[in-house]
Design a protein. Structure first.
Length: 216
């Protein structure tokens, strides 16, 4: 029985959020393909992970017998998040672009699960786990666009998820999501609609393929 770790970080609820809409489509297809599987869900907007503290950070480098009560409590919360990642057969992350980067709540989750000598280092404990990131954005930052160099979502997550945690990373990128709301972008609505359709199709296809691969 495969387990999917599903993480959303958009501050917008339900269908108002492009990233949530696409991750929901992925999850629906996953569950239809793999009804006996399990889903562990974290909504980082509704239930944010605390930002890393000195106790939570330093406890990772101290022997259990030498930790203060505060360190032990803070580290136990990190371990819970780490174990969810380690026990997942696949990971799904909604990562909308806020001010050219990821939401601070998602960064807080990453700061907790990154632990040198366990999830990071020579042999990361979750190495090879497939992770699908839905990286939605209001504009376009594709090569050749005016703001090509302003995308600090995909390059950052590639460095962390693939380069540090050793996960098998894949992106779905719904873009131009502000076109229907911003009159100055009205001429881009057809491109937005095409990107949205493509994102939903990718989500469904990738979910089915991944579920089939894990069930084999």
């Amino acid at each position: 029985m495969a387990t999917l770790l599903h993480i959303d970080s958009s501050v917008l609820p339900g269908e108002a959020s492009s990233s949530r809409s696409v991750t929901a489509a992925f999850r629906k297809a996953w569950e239809e393909q793999h009804p006996q599987g399990a889903v562990v869900y974290r909504d980082l907007a509704a239930d944010p992970v605390p930002h890393i503290t000195a106790d939570a950070w330093s406890a990772g480098y101290a022997a259990p017998s030498e930790r203060t009560p505060e360190q032990s409590t803070a580290f136990a919360a990190r371990v819970q998040l780490i174990e969810e990642l380690e026990q997942a057969d696949a990971v799904l992350i909604g990562a909308p672009m806020y001010n050219f980067s990821i939401p601070s709540t998602l960064k807080a989750w990453l700061d907790s699960v990154l632990l040198l000598g366990r999830t990071a280092g020579e042999t990361p404990s979750a190495q090879g786990t497939p992770v699908i990131v839905v990286a939605s954005r209001g504009g376009s930052y594709a090569p050749g666009t005016p703001r090509e160099g302003y995308d600090f979502v995909q390059n950052y997550l590639e460095a962390v998820l693939k380069g540090t945690l050793g996960l098998d990373l894949d992106f779905i990128v719904p873009e131009l999501t502000m076109a229907p709301r911003n009159p100055a972008m009205s001429e881009l609505i057809p491109l937005y609609e095409a990107s949205r359709r493509s994102a939903f199709e990718e989500a469904t296809t990738k979910a089915k393929e991944l579920a089939e691969r894990l069930a084999a």
